[in-house]
Design a protein. Structure first.
Length: 242
């Protein structure tokens, strides 16, 4: 893909994440100012909330994703400050009324110790009574009921066509590995392929709630994001800083 100017980190994030909108209503209902979106990526949720008048900051470990978010914020005439940081160790020197972790960000922490570090970091950044909401999903949900292969996620940019399709789910002791086939078609019709791999910790809602209680959180009623034809549903754990 050397002949085009698109950043691969940005484009594959957009292909695999940007079209998801089923959770928007849930984040709208929980939003309060100021709000921190951890694992914000290119701004799927943060840009929407900013456009609705919220004071949103985006945190992500990938500078390229934050660069794309900032460019899109300028194009849309909204303000979304960003910070490069790991969800397990960030220090922004301020507090927030709400911290959100959409799209299974909380399942990317690398196990129990990583989640504990994330929860401590979040707790330090919450105002008293502030909320932390994290979406959790089971990648195997509904798989046995769907004998057909999933449809690929597809995006077109500058005449290039990008598609990404899950091709294999591997169940490990405490995680699920999702293997994706990524295909790129140039404007001239040339096809290239690569592999994408993501490892999601297996985190039932009650596990995250138990881990959070010993770190200064009170468990509030869970929320739910429904399953769609293309995406599994999610349980959203809601925690209050006490």
């Amino acid at each position: 893909m050397s002949s085009h100017t698109l950043d691969e980190t940005v484009i594959w994030h957009d292909v695999e994440c940007a079209s998801y909108t089923t959770d928007f209503e849930l984040w709208d209902s929980l939003a309060a100012d100021p709000l921190l979106d951890i694992g914000c990526g290119t701004g799927r949720v943060a840009l929407r909330l900013a456009a609705r008048g919220h004071d949103v900051t985006g945190l992500d470990a990938e500078p390229a994703l934050l660069g794309a978010l900032s460019a899109r914020a300028r194009e849309r005439g909204v303000r979304v400050p960003t910070a490069v940081g790991d969800a397990r160790s960030f220090d922004l020197g301020r507090t927030f009324a709400v911290v959100i972790a959409p799209m299974q960000v909380a399942q990317l922490m690398g196990g129990v110790a990583g989640r504990a570090r994330m929860l401590r970091s979040v707790r330090r950044h919450l105002e008293p009574g502030g909320l932390f909401a994290a979406a959790l999903a089971d990648p195997f949900e509904g798989v046995e009921d769907d004998p057909l292969p999933p449809l690929p996620d597809v995006r077109e940019e500058e005449g290039w066509v990008f598609s990404s399709m899950p091709v294999r789910l591997i169940l490990e002791d405490d995680a699920t590995v999702i293997e994706r086939l990524r295909q790129t078609v140039s404007p001239e019709g040339d096809l290239t392929e690569s592999a994408g791999v993501i490892r999601l910790d297996d985190v039932p809602a009650d596990m995250l709630e138990s881990e959070a209680q010993v770190l200064g959180f009170r468990v509030l009623p869970r929320r739910h994001i429904p399953e769609t034809d293309r995406y599994v549903g999610s349980t959203v754990v809601v925690l209050e800083a006490v």
